[in-house]
Design a protein around this ligand. Structure first.
Ligand SMILES: Cc1cc2nc3c(=O)[nH]c(=O)nc-3n(C[C@H](O)[C@H](O)[C@H](O)COP(=O)(O)O)c2cc1C
Length: 207
C-alpha cells in the first residue's frame, strides 16, 4: 500500500490557501488509494532550528562513529528524513514569503539534505538518493507570477523547489500555484477563489 507524506508550512491555519489545497489533494489521494497511509508533517509544530556546527560535524561523521551528543543533534533530522524515505509520494503546501519559501520550509530542507542519506557524491558528482518519488507542490502567492507576468523573475519559490528537490533525486514533480491570493484580504470570495484550484487538483486524479 502506498504512503503519502503530507507536509504543510503555512502558519495561517483556516485562512491558509496552501493548506486548503493540500487538504483537497489528500482527500482525492485517499479516494484514489484506499488503504494507503498518509503521514502528516506540520512545520508550524516542528521544532526546527538553523543548522549548527555540531549538526554539520555529526552529519559528516559516519553513523557508527557518532557521539551521543551528535546523535541527539541529528535526531529530528533523522525523523524527517525517514518520513521522506518511507513515503512513495509527497504533497507540499508552500506559501510564498518575500519571494521565496517560508523560513520553516528552508530549515526543513536544510534538515533533510543529508550527505550519504538523501544525496551522495559519486565520482565527484552529486547524486540524489530520493529516487522513485513523486512530488506535488501546492503554492500560494499574494501576487501573480505566472508566465508573461512582469513579476515572473521575482518568483524564487518554484525555481528553488525544482533545484533543491532535483538535487535530492525528486524529479517527478508537479507544481500548482494559486496566484493572487492577496485578493482574499480585500473581500474576494474564498470559495470562488479556491474552486478552480480544487478543480485542477481533482483533474490530476482523473488523468
Ligand atoms: C510574511 C509574508 C510574506 C509574504 N510575501 C509575499 C511575497 O513576497 N509575494 C507575494 O506575492 N505574496 C506574499 N505574501 C502573501 C502570501 O504569499 C499569501 O498570503 C499566501 O496565500 C500565503 O499562503 P497561505 O495562504 O497558505 O498562508 C506574503 C505573506 C506573508 C504573511
Amino acid at each position: 500500500m502506498p504512503t503519502l507524506l503530507h507536509l504543510d508550512s503555512s502558519p495561517a491555519g483556516d485562512h491558509s490557501v496552501s493548506r486548503a489545497l493540500t487538504a483537497e489533494f489528500v482527500k482525492n489521494w485517499q479516494a484514489a488509494n484506499p488503504g494507503g497511509t498518509v503521514v502528516t508533517r506540520d512545520l508550524t509544530k516542528t521544532p526546527l532550528k538553523p543548522v549548527t556546527g555540531l549538526w554539520i560535524g555529526a552529519a559528516y561523521t559516519p553513523e557508527d562513529k557518532r557521539t551521543a551528543e551528535q546523535k541527539a543533534e541529528l535526531a529530528l533530522s533523522d525523523t524527517l528524513v525517514e518520513e521522506l524515505l518511507s513515503a512513495d509520494e509527497y504533497v507540499f503546501g508552500v506559501p510564498m514569503y518575500n519571494f521565496g519559501v517560508p523560513g520553516s520550509f528552508k530549515l526543513w530542507i536544510d534538515s533533510i539534505a543529508r550527505v550519504g542519506v538523501t544525496f551522495a557524491y559519486v565520482d565527484g558528482a552529486p547524486k540524489g538518493l530520493l529516487t522513485g518519488k513523486k512530488a506535488t507542490f501546492l503554492i500560494a502567492t499574494g501576487g501573480e507570477y505566472g508566465p508573461g507576468s512582469p513579476a515572473v523573475s521575482y518568483n524564487f519559490v518554484e525555481p528553488y523547489l525544482r533545484t533543491a528537490f532535483g538535487f535530492l533525486g525528486v524529479v517527478d514533480t508537479s507544481f500548482q500555484t494559486a496566484g493572487g491570493a492577496a485578493a482574499l484580504n480585500y473581500g474576494a470570495d474564498r470559495a470562488a477563489f479556491l474552486e478552480p484550484q480544487f478543480e485542477a487538483i481533482r483533474a490530476k486524479f482523473a488523468q
